[in-house]
Write a protein that binds this ligand. Structure first.
Ligand code: F6R
Length: 245
């Protein structure tokens, strides 16, 4: 894993956006894996700004998001489809029918999970996957204990994840308790991974990632087995974290 330390959230967002822009310029038909949550918002802002000022085009890009809440349709303001439209898709020239997010409002989730997995495969896989990390080490919504062999599946969210995400909802009772997420093996098949870590709240997780064992109890640890991972972490997340000597 290559680790880049930057000063703050602003610099992390700038560097991450530049990384993605480079990728899209190298290959216009890139398949991007995207994340939601607080971490990538700044990066998406920078992508929008660059699209407006420099004209970087996403017309041939295909996107696959990591996850979606169960029970929320794409028009619900708390759905990840809504988040992606608001924070990125509505402001760049990506073709909406080439932006994929698991559906959270279907009847048969087994079918939905298989459909999503096949969709990624049929499009040739993900070239660059953006990840955030949960304070319990989750990636996507793969909570501690998830098999490293998992494909797209339904998860019960841990109470720590529900509590962390309650900030986006009016009341904690409104946070869905389940989600559909790409599995760990789905994520690991991405050709390249960019993990963003920002803020003091992620310090423990960053420490565990760097110094802990590779274990299903800490899902992000699997990234140590991937050949091409870059981490951009800011000072607040890095401070005091030492690489194992
Ligand atoms: C979001 C996702 C999650 C988040 C993680 C960190 O699509 O898959 O794994 O990346 O929960 O969330 P934030 O960035 O809000 O701290």
């Amino acid at each position: 894993m290559k680790i880049i330390e930057v000063k703050d959230y602003e610099q992390m967002s700038q560097m991450a956006a530049e990384y993605m822009i480079r990728k899209v310029k190298e290959c216009k038909a890139t398949n991007l894996g995207l994340a939601t949550g607080g971490t990538p918002v700044g990066m998406y802002k920078k992508l929008i700004e660059d699209h407006r000022l420099q004209g970087t085009s996403y017309q041939e890009v295909t996107t696959f998001n990591l996850d979606e809440y169960i029970g929320l349709s794409g028009t619900n303001k708390n759905s990840y489809r809504y988040y992606m439209n608001e924070n990125l898709f509505d402001h760049i020239d990506v073709q909406k029918d080439k932006t994929f997010i698991p559906h959270g409002d279907v009847q048969d989730f087994e079918v939905e999970c298989q459909r999503y997995e096949k969709l990624i495969e049929a499009n040739g896989g993900i070239d660059l996957q953006i990840l955030g990390i949960g304070s319990n080490g989750h990636i996507g919504f793969n909570e501690p204990g998830t098999s490293f062999d998992s494909k797209t599946h339904v998860v019960d969210l841990k109470s720590s994840t529900i509590e962390a995400n309650a900030r986006f909802f009016n009341r904690i009772e409104e946070v869905p308790t389940q989600a559909v997420t790409m599995g760990i093996s789905s994520i690991m098949r991405s050709k390249e991974i960019l993990l963003l870590i920002s803020g003091e709240g992620k310090k423990e997780a960053f420490h565990q990632l760097l110094n802990g064992d590779v274990t299903e109890n800490f899902p992000a640890s699997v990234l140590k087995n991937h050949p091409c991972v870059t981490i951009i972490a800011d000072e607040a997340a890095v401070s005091g974290v030492k690489l194992r000597s």
